[in-house]
Design a protein around this ligand. Sequence first.
Ligand SMILES: Nc1nc2c(c(=O)[nH]1)N[C@H]1C(S)=C(S)[C@@H](COP(=O)(O)O)O[C@H]1N2
Ligand SMILES: [Mo]
Length: 501
Amino acid sequence: MSGSRRVGAAIGLLSAGVALAAAQLVAAFVSLNSSPMAAVGEAFIDAVPPAVKDWAISTFGHHDKLALLIGIGVLLAIFSVLIGIGSVKRPAVAYVGLIAFGAIGVLAAVTRPNADKLAVLPSLVAVAAGIGTFEVLSRTEHREAETFSYDRRRFLTSGIALAVAAIAGASLSRLVGSAGRKATKSRAAFRLPKATDVPRAPSNVDLGVPGLSPFYTSNADFYRVDTALIVPKLDASDWSLKIHGMVDHPMELTMDDLLQREVVERDVTLTCVSNKVGDVLVGNARWTGVLLRPILEEAKPHPNADQIVTRSSDGFSAGSPTKTVMDGRDAMLAFGMNGTPLPLEHGFPVRVIVPGLYGYVSATKWVVDMELTTFAAYDAYWVPRGWDQKGPIKTESRIDTPRSQASAGEVPIAGVAWAQHKGIAKVEVRIDDGPWLEAELSPLDTVDTWRQWVYRWNARAGDHTIQVRATDKTGYTQTGHETPPPPNGATGWHTVTVSVA
Ligand SMILES: Nc1nc2c(c(=O)[nH]1)N[C@H]1C(S)=C(S)[C@@H](COP(=O)(O)O)O[C@H]1N2
Ligand SMILES: [Mo]
C-alpha cells in the first residue's frame, strides 16, 4: 500500500471510530439501543433467515450476540478503510460514505419497536463527528499536483488525540447509561414478596452425581435466548401490563397490583425450541410470581379468542393457546427466579412462564402487553420466520456424564430428561446397540420439571457408544428418528462416544 493509501485507510478508520464512540455516548443518554451498532444489530437479528439464527446459536452459543457485534465491527472497519482510501483522491467519497452509514443507522434506530423519540440523534451526531474527524485529519495532508504528502507529526498527534477521545467517549457512555443504572437500582430495591403457596421439592431430588446438571440451574448458568442485543432496562415502579383485545374487561396491572395477589413459587423447566438433541438450551428454576389463570378469568376472554399474544417492551411477541394457559397448569407472571428478582437478562421485572410450551411461544421476558386474539388473526415473532404457531415441548433426554472419557470400572452414566406437563416416567440407556437398560430416576418434583437419572455402568476398556431415551407419563417413548430443531423442536436419541481406559 502506498503512503497516501495508508494514511487514507487510517483516516477512514479513525473517522468511523470517533463517529461510533460519539454515537455510543449520545445513545447512553437517549436509549442504548438507539446507537447505530445496536440498532443495526437488532434490525439484523429481526431480518435474518431462521436458519442463520439457528446456526449462530449453535456456533456461538451464549456468545451469539458478541459474535454479531464483532461481525458488524469488522465489516464497518473494512468499509471505513475502503472509504478512507477512496477519499484520498476524492474527499467527497468520505462524506457520501459517512452520510450513507448515518442514514442506515437512523433508519435502523427509528424502526426499532421500542424506539425512543430521540432515536435519530446518535446516528446524526455520529455523522457530524465522523466528518469533523475526517476534516481535521485531512488537513494534515498536502496535495500538490500529482504529489501527496502529509504532516506526519500533526497527523499522529491529532490521530492519537482523536483515538483517545473515542475510547474515553465509549467508556464514559457505559458509566452514564442512565436507563441501565435505573433498572439495576430498581432490581436491587425490589424485595421479592413472601410466597404463600410454596410446594417443596423432594429432599433427594438431586442425585449428586459428579458432572450431572444440578436439579436447579443457577441464574448464572441458566441459558439465555432472545433477540435483544441490548437487554431492555425496565423500572419495576413504572412497569405495567396491559391486558386487552378479545376480552370483556380490559385491564392494566402495575407491580403493586401483582403484589396484592396471591404469590406462589413453582418449579418449571424451561426449554428452547432451538435446542439440539444433547444441547444446553434447557434449564430448571424455581419461579416466584402470580398465577395467570385467575387474572385472565377476571379479564374474561371471548370464547373464540384462541390465542394469547404476549409482547415485550422491545417488540418480541409469543403466542400461546388460550386453552393451554387456562387448563389449570401453573402458567404464571414471574418476577422471581431461584429466590432473587428476575435477572435483567431473564426479563426483569416480569416475564411469562407456561409449563409445557417452548420459550418462543410462551416465555416472554420484559412482558408489557397481553392481547387476546386468534391464531388466524395474528402470527407472533417466530412464526413468519419459519417456526410453528404452536410449540408444545417434546419429550427429551440428555446424557451429561460421561461425555468423552472414563476409567474402567463402575461409571455412573447420568443426565436429565424432560417432558414438561406430562412428566417423565422412565429413562433407558443403551450401550453399543445392546438392550435398553432402565436407569434409576430421581424422585418426581412435579410433572413440569425435568428428572435426573443415573445408570451405574460397569465399563470395560475400549470405545463405547451410549444412547438414552425417555418415556413420558402418557406412555410415549422418544423416537430415534433424527430431525433438526425447525420448525417445532428436534427429535432423536442423544448419543455419545466414550473411550474407556
Ligand atoms: N422479550 C423476549 N422474550 C423472550 C425471547 C425474546 O427473544 N425476547 N425469547 C424466548 C425464547 S425463544 C426462549 S427459549 C426463552 C428463553 O428464556 P431465558 O433467556 O430466560 O432462558 O425466552 C423467550 N422469551
Ligand atoms: Mo427459544
